[in-house]
Design a protein around this ligand. Structure first.
Ligand code: 1GP
Length: 226
């Protein structure tokens, strides 16, 4: 399923979205909706958002950041493993606890691990996971290749959440990958940033602009699909 995705909207269960805006997002022509956030994600707000998105036909996947907020009924479960964290917890620790507790009911065929490389030190995810963000191009590429060639992760995710990233770095990382798909997220806010990011990566993830300028958010789909 993820191999065809070029554009994904990421919705934060902790943020309000009206029915009309959600309707526009789900009918925009995007390839999927990903539900996830770095703070304030609960079982209740995740169930609520899933049931609203489920009224539409597009795939809806959960990016897990909070064990207590794992809800059944998603098409896929994306599992971030933060490669440039200083804490083993965010690389493998939380994952070990989740498997120990829920291993017997985990639908493994729906699980997609993502090798996260967080590059904006100001974003909530970077602070939460104690990510070492000041990476050079070669260090970022080496992390990506570790994910691709050593760990065989299906997705490498370059996360600049809140700022538009260095597209040369993204392109260089992209060229270094053999099998992993490259997701890019961060600061996509109009047709131009969407087009540039889509040229540099396989899949672009559009988040915050949905909540601040819906028309601009919808234009990011047209930029790469239309
Ligand atoms: C966040 O990568 C996504 O996890 C999207 O980032 O909110 O900056 O669009 P933005």
């Amino acid at each position: 399923m993820i191999d065809q995705w070029r554009h994904v909207f990421k919705l934060d269960p902790d943020k309000m979205i009206s029915d009309a805006d959600l309707d526009a997002v789900c009918l925009s022509g995007t390839d999927a909706v990903m539900i996830g956030g770095s703070s304030g994600v609960t079982y209740e707000n995740t169930v609520d958002l899933l049931s609203r998105v489920r009224q539409y036909e597009l795939p809806c996947v959960l990016e897990i950041s909070e064990l207590e907020a794992v809800v059944p009924g998603f098409d896929l479960y994306m599992i971030p493993m933060v490669l440039n964290t200083r804490s083993v917890e965010w690389l493998i620790g939380h994952h070990r606890r989740a498997v120990e507790r829920y291993g017997y009911i985990i639908p493994w065929d729906l699980v997609v691990p993502e090798g996260y490389i967080i590059l904006n030190s100001e974003c909530t995810a970077a602070k939460l996971t104690e990510a070492e963000c000041g990476l050079s191009v070669s260090e970022s590429t080496a992390y990506a290749q570790t994910a691709d060639k050593l760990l065989s992760l299906p997705v490498v995710y370059l996360e600049y959440s809140g700022m538009f990233g260095d597209m040369e770095l993204v392109s260089t990382v992209h060229r270094s990958l053999s099998n992993s798909r490259l997701f890019y997220g961060g600061g996509i806010c109009d047709t131009e940033t969407a087009r540039q990011a889509a040229e540099a990566a396989d899949t672009i993830i559009v988040g915050n602009i949905i909540y601040t300028d819906l028309v601009a958010a919808l234009s990011t789909v047209k930029a790469i699909k239309g």
